[in-house]
Design a protein around this ligand. Structure first.
Ligand code: CTP
Length: 401
């Protein structure tokens, strides 16, 4: 949710400012780019050097950099436009009152007034200040401007008193912001289960039966689902693809049987399920315990069918919107339609090996989306990331929770 986002963090002069070191770390860890503006007094509570080091950007305090002979001007308009999100934490009573009334006597306030992005503020003050009608008025006014308040919590305050007014903990601020941002997304609150990659079926401890699937399609589908607000479980066979996103649970498996078990564990809770894995259809009846020696002129392997994961999901289907893949070399449409029916699917994504750039081991794919109501929607050859977006827009157009 915060990956790649530009976050402008405004820190004002309260004791909770020391906690912004943790906040900056969490934001950076979530993949955000962070720039910090301190008010003059905030620097008494937290070191600008610490925040500059953690945010990997110089910390800004005034309109003009204080270095001698500096002609650099910290352009608040540019900062306001740069930000995808502005967060003021801790927000003191003084700064909140100024924000509410349009006072503009420091860089933070000028950037606030220039910001076009969503603005969040996390008040921090002593309990009587927090309850004072003028603070309440500031909170209400700011919320009426569309700013989002991250309420203070109760506990021991710096004054030694107990009560409401503690800035929300950095972890909770990050969760709050993420939840708020995801609320408007179309797959927010939905669980998407995806299979991807090949499976490897062991012959002996060093050899296996596999296929050329790269796994990229499944990973692109997972990333797209997360961008749409979903929580994703990606069950993937062996692949070089990687993903590091807290909304993607990556469950690595090797064989078709392991994939079957993992998928069924998550299936009951899933809302949308896409089986993009190239599951081996057959496996050796038994894997040798030791490496097979080349003593014989010929070697026969007895193969048995693996469980058809997609078919088993189709049979159990309740609320899930179930999508399969079909990789075909002949009678493409007919084969895809019959798989869609036989496996009780809601839709199937067809790719033909006859199309250059489609299918396995390529960064591109050319698909046709077919649904159970006989719709057939062909797409151009595209990068797999774009293909994943096309697939989700077709699913979303049909999926009704
Ligand atoms: N699939 C699966 N488990 C298997 C085999 C396939 O879940 N053991 C899924 C794939 O992930 C894909 C779909 O079934 O979504 C189509 O797989 P494919 O191998 O093309 O179809 P099959 O039904 O196995 O038919 P055939 O191999 O005869 O073309």
């Amino acid at each position: 949710m915060l990956n790649g986002k530009n976050i402008l963090l405004g820190v004002t002069g309260g004791i909770a400012a020391y906690k912004t070191t943790f906040l900056v770390r969490l934001l950076i860890k979530a993949g955000a780019r962070v720039r910090v503006i301190l008010t003059e007094r905030a620097g008494d509570f937290v070191s600008p050097l610490t925040l500059a080091t953690l945010s990997k950007n110089p910390v800004l305090t005034s309109f003009v950099n204080e270095k001698e002979e500096s002609t650099d001007w910290n352009n608040h308009v540019e900062l306001g436009l740069w930000a995808d999100l502005m967060l003021i934490a801790p927000a003191t009573a003084n700064t909140l009152s100024k924000m509410a009334n349009g006072t503009c006597d420091n860089l933070l306030l000028a950037a606030y007034l220039s910001a076009k992005c969503p603005v969040f503020f996390a008040p921090a003050m002593d309990l009587d200040m927090y309850k004072h009608p003028s603070s309440t008025t500031s909170f209400e006014k700011l919320q009426s401007y569309g700013n989002v308040m991250i309420p203070a919590t109760s506990g021991e305050l710096a004054s030694g008193l107990q009560g409401e007014g503690r800035m929300a903990e950095p972890e909770d601020i990050v969760i709050f912001v993420k939840n708020h941002l995801s609320e408007g997304l179309i797959l927010s609150g939905k669980k998407v289960l995806i299979t991807g990659g090949p499976t490897h079926e062991a012959i002996d401890p060093v050899r296996y039966i596999g296929n050329r699937a790269s796994g990229q399609m499944g990973f692109e589908l997972a990333k797209t689902a997360v961008d749409l607000g979903a929580e994703v479980i990606l069950v993937s066979g062996p692949t070089h693809c990687t993903v590091d996103h807290e909304s993607i649970l990556l469950q690595k498996v090797i064989s078709a049987e392991e994939m079957y078990q993992a998928v069924h564990e998550h299936y009951p809770d899933a809302d949308i399920v896409i089986c993009a894995a190239a599951v081996a259809d057959y496996r050796p009846k038994s894997a040798a315990d030791q490496k097979i020696k080349k003593n014989e002129a010929a070697l026969s392997l007895e193969l048995v069918k693996t469980k058809d994961i997609l078919l088993s999901l189709g049979k159990l289907k309740k609320k899930q919107y179930l999508v399969g893949f079909a990789l075909e070399t002949e009678n493409e449409l007919e084969n895809a339609k019959s798989k869609l029916k036989r496996k009780h699917l809601d839709a199937i994504v067809l790719n033909s090996l006859n199309d250059t750039g489609a299918g396995f081991g390529t960064p591109t794919n050319k698909i046709t989306f077919l649904d159970k109501n006989s719709a057939i929607i062909p797409f151009e050859l595209k990068e797999k990331a774009e293909v994943a977006k096309d697939i989700f827009s077709e699913i979303i157009a049909r999926y009704h929770a």
